[in-house]
Design a protein around this ligand. Sequence first.
Ligand code: CA
Length: 459
Amino acid sequence: MSDFFNQVSRRKFILTAGASASAVFLKGCLGNPPENLTGGSSQAVPTAQPVVNLSPEQTPETTTVKLGYIPIVEAAPLIIAKEKGFFAKYGMTKVELSKQASWGSARDNVEIGAAGGGIDGGQWQMPMPHLITEGLITKGNQKIPMYVLAQLVTHGNGIAIASKHAGKISLQVANAKSLFKELKSSTPFTAAFTFPHVNQDLWIRYWLAAGGLDPDADVKLLTVPAAQTVANMKTGTMDAFSTGDPWPYRLVRDKIGFMAALTAEIWKNHPEEYLAIRADWVDKNPKATKAILKGIMEAQQWLDNFDNRKEAAQILAGRNYFNLPTPEILADPYQGKYDMGDGRKIDDKSMAAYYWKDEKGSVSYPYKSHDLWFITENVRWGFLPKDYIANNAAKAKELINKVNREDIWKEAAKEAGIASADIPTSTSRGVEEFFDGIKFDPEKPEAYLKSLTIKKVSV
Ligand code: CA
């Protein structure tokens, strides 16, 4: 099949898949209440919130937006904002949430845009919005400007390992160096992430390299959707994977594997996934964008009340969202309780997923210093050229200033009456520290790269 035909048929498939009318009809025939396949809810009617009296300045230009999500805990603010009526409260009464089959589909769908049957934006690993803006991961290298608007969550991710390695691999992977070297000569240790060059790829690389293993030479890394990875682990062809809850925890529950590390252990209070929308949509609908942000912020605050987390787990586990056999799979991790599957147990609320605030301050606010870490890490592994961080990261900063719209976050927060103590005054969270003692000073990204032993870039 020619590339051209491949692309045409792929687009056609996406467009067809976008039209859910036939699926709705089918569900109706089976006696189930019709539901919107792309993320509506038949199980829970959105909880009505007191309607805010919107001034003309705050009345959104449109009540509709189509946001993509992946069924992992990172998506919770989107789902909760819809189901608990927080979007509607600010005038966004027709937010459509569209479950994406993979990160590649999310990228393809945002390229098309909602008008063409795709999406306007949604949940992203970092720095996907920057890579899409630069045309580095799009078809024909088309530049599609995007805006990062909020961080969705911290923590909630982990590195899962197949049971056969239990007792041999842990957070301090250096202790397992001989095992990796031994496997390398026969069947290399195979690990998966869900999309290249972004969070999950970067977490597993950081963890391996901190233990003295070269992720490009000592293991085989590849892109596989989480569900498929679990299947591959069952059959013994996959040794590890890096992704968000509920996948790592499901693996432990089903006794297929264990967890070597939580991302909360690798980098406490780390940036995880983000809300980003196409710049053309935001520029056209600035008030609607702020209304979406206000809904997200309220959902994030609701989610951080641990008394609400049982209800959150129930909503998220629903058939039309994560489709989990039981909400219990989310309930324990949501309280910071992890059975790591190798005898190790974590019971520490500070290790749970946080949506609004953590020990370091705001989770929701998108710090530019975090964008810079993701870009610097891309330079580290040779995914982006070194010139992004040359001259005190001038090129990276130019890109970040274009993509990161923390100014819109702040405006929305002020309009929503968020306490000024919860609105950061600096775009930098300052120096970050990792579990191996390495520090990232956003003022000196080159010095960070110099401090790392295993890297692809020469600095
Ligand atoms: Ca993630």
